[in-house]
Write a protein that binds this ligand. Structure first.
Ligand SMILES: C[S@@+](CC[C@H](N)C(=O)[O-])C[C@H]1O[C@@H](n2cnc3c(N)ncnc32)[C@H](O)[C@@H]1O
Length: 308
């Protein structure tokens, strides 16, 4: 059995035990230690999801206020439930790439910290109707924000050969993808791809994966990144956060793939007012990976603002 299949079996086991709405917040302890909470401080959880990190920070005993953002209204509903009984938080539907407009609307000009925990959450993966996972059958959707126009269905069935090659090469890091893109184009002329299962089966039949992962993994990642324009949102979110950060305030980013991590690392390096506090990224402990195998690819980087 491959490593990845093993991981999914472990995940299935824990989901059976705790339910589909449970999301294990990655590097929770490390986030609490590095964010350096201050009484009276305002913190922005840019990717609130089901609210796990927010809950942990709000329960830490410090008098803080958290704004939790998410593009996915459903996640905010789960977060609301999860944060019941706690005070000092506000949940807002919105993308972190629009942080400037969101904070201006809230009349907040400076905050003490930002947390980004990128990607998707367990309730999103487990809900087949969202189309994020090749292990759950459903429509090829993959939108975090279900009101946005672009779906994975549209990309896969309508985008040009050149654009498909671009996303699979650059977002999925699949070097030899031209042949399968040609096959995708052949097949969609006869019949459009409708579901995650159809796509996963098609990839399994037509593509040999050299890494020890399910052949569909990197195709699904590329489609998800393209559907949500994730890399541009990340760049914009980081850039637009810095002017709102107080001197001494920290920005924490947990990434789950090398593309995201590279953006974060380069952004911290080139931003003069940021002092890098983590020369090497912080990784989950062996114990954390055992409890939550999906945390194995997480990397936390932390920067602190100098100057004004
Ligand atoms: C890994 S989950 C966060 C889990 C959360 N930290 C917790 O501990 O429960 C990432 C969340 O970010 C949201 N998301 C992705 N891109 C976003 C964006 N550009 N703006 C706001 N939220 C986004 C997703 O909808 C998802 O709910």
């Amino acid at each position: 059995m491959s490593f990845t299949n093993n991981i999914f079996l472990l995940m299935e086991k824990s989901l059976k035990k705790y339910g589909n709405n449970v999301h294990y917040s990655v590097l929770k302890e490390e986030v609490l230690n590095w964010i350096n909470l201050k009484d009276g401080g305002i913190y922005i959880d840019c990717t609130c999801g089901p609210g796990g990190h927010s809950k942990y920070l709000l329960s830490s005993g410090k008098e803080i206020f958290i704004i939790g953002l998410d593009k996915d209204e459903k996640m905010l509903e789960i977060a609301k439930e999860n944060l019941k009984g706690l005070k000092n938080f506000k949940l807002i539907k919105g993308g972190f790439e629009n942080i400037k407009e969101i904070l201006e609307k809230e009349k907040i000009d400076k905050v003490d910290g930002f947390l980004f925990d990128l990607g998707f959450s367990t309730p999103q993966i487990k809900d087949g109707q969202r189309g994020f996972s090749f292990r759950e059958d459903g429509p090829l959707d993959m939108r975090y924000d279900i009101t946005s126009n672009l779906t994975a269905y549209h990309i896969l069935n309508k985008w040009s050969r050149r654009d498909l090659v671009f996303i699979f090469k650059n977002y999925g890091e699949i070097k030899n993808c031209e042949r399968i893109v040609d096959k995708i184009i052949e097949r969609r002329k006869k019949k459009k791809f409708e579901t995650t299962e159809e796509l996963a089966n098609f990839i399994c039949e037509n593509f040999k994966e050299r890494k020890k992962i399910h052949p569909a993994t990197r195709f699904f990642l590329a489609l998800r990144i393209a559907t949500n324009d994730e890399l541009n949102c990340l760049k914009k979110g980081l850039e637009n956060s810095i002017p709102f950060l107080k001197k001494g305030g920290r920005i924490l980013v947990i990434s789950f793939n090398s593309l995201e991590d590279r953006i974060v690392k380069n952004f911290f390096r080139k931003t003069e007012c940021i002092r890098i506090l983590t020369k090497k990224p912080i990784l989950p402990t062996k114990e954390e990976i055992e409890v939550n195998p999906l945390s194995r690819s997480a990397k936390l980087r932390v920067g602190e603002k100098n100057g004004k």
